[in-house]
Design a protein around this ligand. Structure first.
Ligand SMILES: *[C@@H]1O[C@H](CO)[C@@H](O)[C@H](O)[C@H]1NC(C)=O
Ligand SMILES: *[C@@H]1O[C@H](CO)[C@@H](O)[C@H](O)[C@H]1NC(C)=O
Ligand SMILES: *[C@@H]1O[C@H](CO)[C@@H](O)[C@H](O)[C@H]1NC(C)=O
Ligand SMILES: *[C@@H]1O[C@H](CO)[C@@H](O)[C@H](O)[C@H]1NC(C)=O
Ligand SMILES: *[C@@H]1O[C@H](CO)[C@@H](O)[C@H](O)[C@H]1NC(C)=O
Ligand SMILES: *[C@@H]1O[C@H](CO)[C@@H](O)[C@H](O)[C@H]1NC(C)=O
Length: 930
C-alpha cells in the first residue's frame, strides 16, 4: 500500500509537471482544426479566445477562424474596422445540427445581408461546433469581383478584420463584448508603422496640452494654440499617443510652423484662440491628426519624423469641437503625446498633404448618393522631389460625415498606374492611418485625390468648409526620405482685377519657401488613360435582405450596437409601415455600469424624440423616460409620448434592458419619421457611472459621456406578426437574483481585475512559495484561506462555481481546513507510538497531494481568468520548477527514510533518534503546525 501511494505521488508529480509546461507552451489546443496548414495567425481579441489563421494564396487565400463560443461566428474583411461595407464569412450550426456557412455583407451597422454570390467569393472548407468552440475554414478570393458587396484582401499588407460571435446559433445581434476589430498584417510587405503602443525605453515624451477652454455652445468651434517643440537642432518623433479628451472633440491636428510670420510667437502660452472665423492658421506643415476611432501609432525601429530648429520650432495645435446640442459648461484641455529622442534615425519620414487645402469655396451637388470632388497635384510640384523619388508608407484619409469613398490615383506619363490608396465605405468614427505596401512615387508623377460624398439627404448644395456639417477632402501621405515639399494641390483663384493669374492654378508648398509656388498648369486638365475598372463585375440586381437563418415568420428585428456594449433594436409591424403610423417596438440594452442610456429619433438633440433608460428604484427593472430637450438644457419628460414598457424589460446578468412599444413615434413636436424610410435618423447617448436608481421618469441626469448618430433601414425591420419581438432570449431576465448582479458584475472592471489578481497572488504564494518549503505554515494556511475566500466570492457571484478550478479550490480548502487538526492528532499519536499511523499517512500524503493539486489548480485558474501569455509562462516555469523540486525532495526523502527505516522493522527500538520531522523535511505542510 505504501509503495502504491508512493508511486502514485511520483506519477502525479510527472503529470503535473508536463501539464504545467504544456499549458505554458500551447494555449491553443482548443482550436479544433489543423493549424499547421496556415502560415500566419493572430488573436483577434485581448483574451485570445478568437483566433485567426491564414495562408495567402495566388487567387484565393485560406482563412481559419476559431472562437471559444457555441453559437454563430462571423469574421469580416473591412476597409476601416467598421461593419460598413464588410465582406463577412459566417458559420453556425442549423436546427438539424449541420454546420452551415454563408457569405454576407454589411451595408452599415446593421444585420449583414446574405450575399448573392455564395460560391465565387468565399468557399467553405470545414466547420466545427462542439465543446464550447466554434471554428471553420474557408477560402476567400483575393480580388473581389464585385466591390459593392465584397472586399479585396490586403494580401501584402494590413487588413482590418472584424469579428462577432454569439453563444447560440440564432443569427441575432451579437452581445456585448462579443465583437471587435483588429488591424492585421496579413502579408510580408514592409511596413514602417504599427498601431501598437509598446513601452518605448530611451525616449522622452513631449505632450502638447491645449490650455483649458470652455467649449462654446456654437455647433462648430476651432481653437488654436501655439506650442514650442522640445529644444534641439533635430529631434525625431518615434511614436504618437493620443489621450482621452472631451467627447465633443471632433478632431485635432498638429501643424508645423515653417517660416514663422511676424507676431505669431506671441500666441505661445496664451489661451487658445477660438475666433476661428477670423483667425487664419499660418502653419501649413502637417505633423499629425487625431480623429475618432484612432489609437496610437509607433514607427518601426530606424524610422522617425524629424523636427527641431533645423525644420520648425513651433507647432499649431488645432482642436475642432462639434457641439450640435449647444451644451453649456463643457470644458476641454485636449492633449497629445509624442515620444521622441535626438538619436538620428536611418530613415527620416516626411508628410505630404494632398487633397483640398482650399477648404472653402466649393460645393457638392445635393440629393445624390455619390458626389465626387477631386483635386490634382501636378508634376510641376512633384518634380521638386529628389530624382530617385520617394516611397509612400501610409496615408490618412479625412472627410466629414457625408464621406463614402476616397482614393488617390497616380498618373505617370499620361497613364494611370495602380493607385496610391483607395478606401471604400469610409466611416467618420473609424479613421486611421492606413498602412501602404511601400509605394514608389517618382518626380513628375501626377496625383488625383478624389472624395465621394453621399448628399442624398441634402436639399441645398453642400459647401466645403471647416464645420462638420460642411465637407473636407484630405489625404496626408507619410513617406520617406523626407524632403521640403509639404503640400501639392490646386487652388481656384477666381477672377479679379488684382489677380496676376485667373482661374485654377497648381499650388506647391515647400518648407523652405516664404510663400507657396503658384503656377498655371496644363496638367490640371490634361486627360489620362485610366486603368480598367476592377471589382465592378456585380450581379444585375442584388436580392433585398434575405432572412437570417431560422426566422421565417418571426418579427423582423433590426439591431445595432453603435458602441460595443450598448445595443438598440427596432421592429416595425407591417401595418405601421404601410399606414405610416401606429406601433413600433424598440429595445435599449446596456450594462449596468451605465448611469443612463438614450435612444432618440432625429438628427440633433434639440429636435429629437428621446427615450432614456435607467435603473428603477428597486434595482430589478428599468425606468423608461421619454424626453425632449429644449435648446441648451437638460432633456425633460415628454408627456406627449405614448410608450409602454413591455415584458422582457429588466436588469439581469449585469445588463439593463428596456423593451417598449411606442404608439405615436411617427411624429413628435419637433419632427417626424417615416416608418418606410430606408435611412431613418437616430441618435444615441449615454453616460457611464453609478446607476440613477429612480422610478421618476423626470429624474435629473448628468450630461452624456458620448453620443453618436446612426441610420436604420426600416424596411429591414418590417415584417412578421409578432407583437413584442423582444421576449424569448432577452425575455428570460428574472432568472438571476439581483444580489449576484450587485456582487460581481457591478464592480468595475478594474476592481474585478484587482480581486482576481489578489486571489491569484495569494494562492500562488501559498502553494508555490510557502507550503512546499514547509516554512511558516500557519502563515501559508492563513494566506490560502484568504485566497480561497476571495475565490469563493468571485466564483459564486459570477456563476463559476462549477468550473474545475473552483471545485478543486474548494476541495483544497476543505482538505487544508482540517489539516491542522489532523496534524495535531498525527503529532500526538506519533509522540505516543513513535511511528506513522493512519493519521500520519492521511496527514502527510493528503498534504502533499494537496500542495501539488494547488500548484496545478493555479494553472487552471490562470486559464479561467484568461490571463495573458507571459503570466502563464511565468507561472508554468516557476510552478513547474517548484513542483519538480518538491517532488524530488519528497521522493528522495522517502527513499532515504526507506533506507534508514525499513518499513517492516518496528521503529520502537530506536524511537528517540527519530524526530517527528525526520521524514518530512522540506516536504509536508504540517511541519510547523502545533
Ligand atoms: C510620459 O512620461 C511620464 C513620466 O515619465 C510618464 O508617466 C507617462 O506615462 C509618459 N506618457 C506616455 C504617453 O508615455
Ligand atoms: C515618361 O516617358 C518618357 C518618354 O517616353 C521617359 O523618358 C520618362 O522616363 C518617362 N517617365 C517616367 C516617370 O516613367
Ligand atoms: C482676371 O480677370 C479679371 C476680371 O475678369 C480681369 O480684370 C483681370 O485682368 C484678369 N487678370 C489676368 C491676369 O488675366
Ligand atoms: C477643364 O475641362 C473642363 C471640361 O472638360 C472645363 O469645364 C474646365 O473649365 C477646365 N478647367 C481648366 C482649369 O481648364
Ligand atoms: C419590468 O416592467 C415591465 C413593465 O411593467 C414588466 O413587463 C417586466 O416584467 C418587468 N421586469 C421585471 C424583471 O420585473
Ligand atoms: C425563456 O422563456 C421562454 C418562455 O417563458 C421559454 O420557452 C424559454 O425556454 C426560456 N429560455 C431560456 C433560455 O430559459
Amino acid at each position: 500500500m505504501f509503495f502504491g501511494s508512493h508511486a502514485a505521488l511520483v506519477v502525479v508529480c510527472i503529470v503535473a509537471f508536463f501539464d504545467v509546461v504544456a499549458q505554458a507552451n500551447d494555449d491553443l489546443r482548443w482550436v479544433p482544426f489543423d493549424r499547421q496548414q496556415f502560415n500566419g495567425s493572430v488573436a483577434l481579441d485581448t483574451n485570445a479566445d478568437v483566433q485567426l489563421y491564414w495562408k495567402i494564396g495566388e487567387e484565393y487565400s485560406t482563412f481559419g477562424i476559431a472562437s471559444r463560443s457555441s453559437g454563430y461566428l462571423a469574421v469580416g474583411f473591412s476597409q476601416t474596422g467598421a461593419m460598413t461595407g464588410a465582406d463577412i464569412a459566417v458559420g453556425y450550426t442549423d436546427q438539424d445540427g449541420v454546420f452551415s456557412f454563408e457569405n454576407r455583407h454589411a451595408s452599415g451597422f446593421v444585420t449583414p445581408e446574405v450575399s448573392q454570390d455564395q460560391e465565387g467569393n468565399m468557399r467553405f472548407k470545414e466547420g466545427y461546433q462542439a465543446d464550447g468552440v466554434t471554428a471553420f475554414i474557408f477560402e476567400k478570393k483575393n480580388k473581389a469581383s464585385c466591390l459593392e458587396t465584397q472586399a479585396d484582401v490586403a494580401v501584402t499588407s494590413w487588413q482590418w478584420m472584424i469579428y462577432a460571435f454569439s453563444q447560440d446559433n440564432s443569427f441575432s445581434q451579437h452581445g456585448p463584448g462579443e465583437n471587435g476589430k483588429k488591424y492585421v498584417r496579413l502579408g510580408n510587405g514592409k511596413v514602417i508603422s504599427t498601431l501598437d503602443t509598446p513601452a518605448m525605453p530611451g525616449t522622452r515624451n513631449w505632450t502638447i496640452t491645449q490650455p483649458e477652454v470652455m467649449i462654446p455652445t456654437a455647433e462648430t468651434t476651432y481653437c488654436y494654440s501655439l506650442h514650442k517643440v522640445p529644444v534641439a537642432n533635430k529631434n525625431f518623433l518615434l511614436a504618437e499617443r493620443p489621450t482621452q479628451s472631451s467627447p465633443l472633440l471632433h478632431h485635432l491636428v498638429v501643424y508645423a510652423c515653417y517660416g514663422m510670420p511676424q507676431g505669431l510667437k506671441e500666441m505661445e502660452g496664451k489661451q487658445p484662440n477660438c475666433e476661428w472665423e477670423t483667425f487664419s492658421n499660418p502653419c501649413s506643415g502637417f505633423v499629425t491628426e487625431w480623429a475618432p476611432g484612432m489609437s496610437g501609432r509607433t514607427f518601426e525601429p530606424g524610422y522617425g519624423k524629424p523636427f527641431g530648429s533645423e525644420l520648425y520650432e513651433y507647432v499649431m495645435f488645432e482642436t475642432h469641437y462639434n457641439n450640435p446640442e449647444g451644451l453649456e459648461g463643457e470644458k476641454d484641455a485636449a492633449s497629445y503625446t509624442f515620444l521622441y529622442n535626438d538619436i538620428p534615425v536611418e530613415t527620416e519620414i516626411g508628410t505630404l498633404t494632398l487633397g483640398d487645402l482650399q477648404v472653402t469655396g466649393w460645393f457638392l451637388e445635393p440629393g445624390k448618393e455619390l458626389v465626387p470632388h477631386s483635386t490634382v497635384c501636378t508634376p510641376e510640384c512633384t518634380r521638386k522631389w529628389p530624382s530617385e523619388g520617394i516611397t509612400a508608407v501610409s496615408v490618412f484619409h479625412h472627410m466629414h460625415y457625408r464621406g463614402r469613398n476616397t482614393k488617390v490615383q497616380i498618373i505617370r506619363n499620361g497613364t494611370e498606374i495602380s493607385s496610391l490608396s483607395s478606401l471604400r465605405d469610409f466611416e467618420y468614427g473609424y479613421q486611421f492611418s492606413k498602412s501602404l505596401d511601400e509605394i514608389k512615387l517618382l518626380p513628375g508623377d501626377k496625383f488625383i485625390t478624389t472624395c465621394e460624398y453621399d448628399t442624398s439627404k441634402d436639399t441645398e448644395p453642400v459647401p466645403g468648409g471647416l464645420s462638420s456639417q460642411e465637407e473636407m477632402c484630405f489625404a496626408w501621405v507619410d513617406y520617406y526620405p523626407a524632403n521640403d515639399v509639404l503640400a501639392c494641390t490646386q487652388f481656384d483663384l477666381g477672377s479679379a482685377a488684382e489677380n496676376q493669374i485667373n482661374g485654377t492654378v497648381a499650388v506647391c508648398m515647400e518648407s523652405t519657401a516664404e510663400a507657396p509656388d503658384v503656377v498655371p498648369s496644363a496638367y490640371l486638365n490634361s486627360t489620362f488613360e485610366s486603368l480598367p475598372v476592377t471589382g465592378d463585375n456585380c450581379p444585375a440586381a442584388s436580392s433585398p435582405g434575405s432572412n437570417p437563418p431560422g426566422s421565417s415568420d418571426e418579427a423582423a428585428v433590426l439591431s445595432t450596437c453603435p458602441e460595443t456594449e450598448v445595443c438598440f433594436s427596432i421592429h416595425v409591424p407591417r401595418e405601421s409601415a404601410s399606414s405610416g403610423s401606429g406601433d413600433i417596438y424598440l429595445q435599449l440594452s446596456a450594462p449596468t455600469t451605465y448611469s443612463w442610456v438614450a435612444l432618440a429619433q432625429g438628427t440633433t438633440m434639440t429636435n429629437a424624440n428621446m427615450f432614456l433608460m435607467y435603473s428603477s428604484a428597486d434595482g430589478t427593472n428599468v425606468t423608461l423616460s421619454p424626453r425632449n430637450a429644449p435648446e441648451h438644457s437638460m432633456p425633460t419628460r415628454n408627456d406627449a409620448a405614448n410608450v409602454s414598457l413591455l415584458e422582457g424589460s429588466g436588469i439581469s446578468d449585469g445588463r439593463m434592458t428596456a423593451n417598449f412599444r411606442c404608439s405615436n413615434c411617427h411624429e413628435w413636436s419637433s419632427g417626424g419619421m417615416s416608418f418606410a424610410s430606408d435611412s431613418s435618423d437616430w441618435l444615441y447617448a449615454y453616460r457611464q457611472g453609478p446607476s440613477i436608481v429612480s422610478d421618476d421618469t423626470n429624474a435629473a441626469i448628468s450630461i452624456h459621456d458620448r453620443h453618436g448618430v446612426f441610420q436604420w433601414n426600416l424596411s429591414r425591420a418590417t415584417g412578421g406578426s409578432k407583437l413584442n419581438p423582444f421576449t424569448g432570449a432577452a425575455g428570460n431576465t428574472t432568472s438571476n437574483s439581483p444580489a449576484s448582479v450587485s456582487g460581481w458584475e457591478r464592480l468595475s472592471a478594474t476592481v474585478r481585475r484587482r480581486f482576481v489578481q489578489a486571489h491569484g497572488a495569494l494562492a500562488a504564494v501559498a502553494f508555490v512559495a510557502i507550503f512546499p518549503t514547509g516554512a511558516l505554515l500557519i502563515f501559508g494556511y492563513t494566506v490560502f484561506v484568504a485566497a480561497a475566500g476571495l475565490g469563493i466570492f468571485m466564483a459564486s457571484s459570477s456563476d463559476r462555481l462549477q468550473e474545475p478550478h473552483a471545485i478543486i479550490g474548494m476541495v483544497l480548502l476543505a482538505v487544508f481546513f482540517f489539516m491542522p487538526f489532523v496534524g495535531v492528532v498525527h503529532h500526538k499519536v506519533f509522540g505516543k507510538v513513535h511511528k506513522r499511523t493512519w493519521w500520519s499517512y492521511s496527514h502527510i500524503f493528503v498534504g502533499r497531494f494537496g500542495v501539488l493539486l494547488g500548484m496545478i489548480n493555479g494553472g487552471l485558474g490562470l486559464q479561467l481568468a484568461d490571463a495573458g501569455r507571459s503570466p502563464k509562462i511565468a507561472y508554468g516555469v516557476l510552478g513547474g520548477l517548484m513542483g519538480v523540486v518538491y517532488c524530488g525532495v519528497v521522493f528522495f526523502g522517502e527513499i532515504r527514510r526507506g533506507k534508514t527505516l525499513p518499513r517492516n522493522v518496528a521503529t520502537v527500538s530506536k524511537p528517540k533518534q527519530l524526530g517527528p520531522d525526520d521524514s518530512d523535511r522540506a516536504a509536508s505542510p504540517e511541519r510547523r503546525l502545533p
